[in-house]
Design a protein around this ligand. Sequence first.
Ligand code: F2R
Ligand code: MG
Ligand code: MG
Length: 315
Amino acid sequence: MSDLGDQVKGVILGLAAGDVHGAPFEGDFAARTLWKFIGKTRSGERRWTDDTQMSVDLAESLLECGGLDVEHLSQRFAASYAWSRGYGPGAAKTLKALKRGVPIKEAARRGFPDGSWGNGGAMRAPILALWPWENQRELLRRSHESASITHAHPEGQDGAWLLAHATSLALEHVDASAVWLALVEGLQSDALHAQVIRAAEVFGGQGDPMARALDEFGTGMSVRTSCVTAIFAALWFRDRAFGDLLKCLRSRGGDVDTLSAMAGAVWGGYRGASALPQKLLEPIEQRTHLEFIADRLAAGMVNRQSHRGARTEPT
Ligand code: F2R
Ligand code: MG
Ligand code: MG
């Protein structure tokens, strides 16, 4: 398999592994107890949650439509909705409304009239980095569009851009210091802009930068308390073991499945699927389907790369 093919698979399997191994630790006592009962399939595999489900929906929609078709994607999200996947309450209302035929712009405000700033648009956005868009501006535009189905708030959409952007930089093996510089581009929220600048300082600082990042940037369900932490963790553990990344992200509780899914995707983008431990991949439900999707996305990326290479080669 090409390096890029391994990296694309790393994004998808890293995301799913983060989700399924983080899910038992997500939320309060009631949420964790419920997951003990519904967190496995009949054959004993670990079920994924909304994070992976919406990522699969996005990947399949991109492949079926040959790009982003917001209407198609919104119906795919709505059709896949199942309460037992642990969707956010705002997203659940939006998806049920979409299923009843409510137009996207109206449905997106069913949960919160000002739009959601939850991390649900961001958790699926690494998939967007696996599509051969013309350039980064198009990735930015598509990140906003794909998030807007459930996240009408600009911060919800910024979260999607942050994760899509960080994943695309991971595929290019960009160094941490350059990642923080790049990530300030295109953000609408001053608060997130300030967080990214602060993250660069903390990353290069003294003491225990990872612990400080958890303290300062949070482990919650909002974009403001999750996305920068997840990217920080992926960069911090980039040359360390995937299992240690997951252990670190579960140490504070909170939105563990989503922090782990986002960080897992970026980590997998750098290191590739071959660096993911088999024992963490084996229990994932529908793993061969995830690999099938990854192979199809990778083929598109490799194809585009070779066409670009052919255009720029000297004659
Ligand atoms: N929902 C869950 N897990 C349920 C267990 C949670 C536990 N009981 C706990 O409280 O810790 N997980 C899934 O939801 C997250 C993704 O959420 P998404 O798709 O963004 O949903 P939603 O509902 O739009 O936003 C999440 C929460 O953020 C707050 N919020 C968002 N926008 C708001 C606004 N405009 N005004 C006020 N609050 C807003 C709300 O608390 C939302 O419920 C992932 O973790 C996924 O795994
Ligand atoms: Mg979830
Ligand atoms: Mg979550």
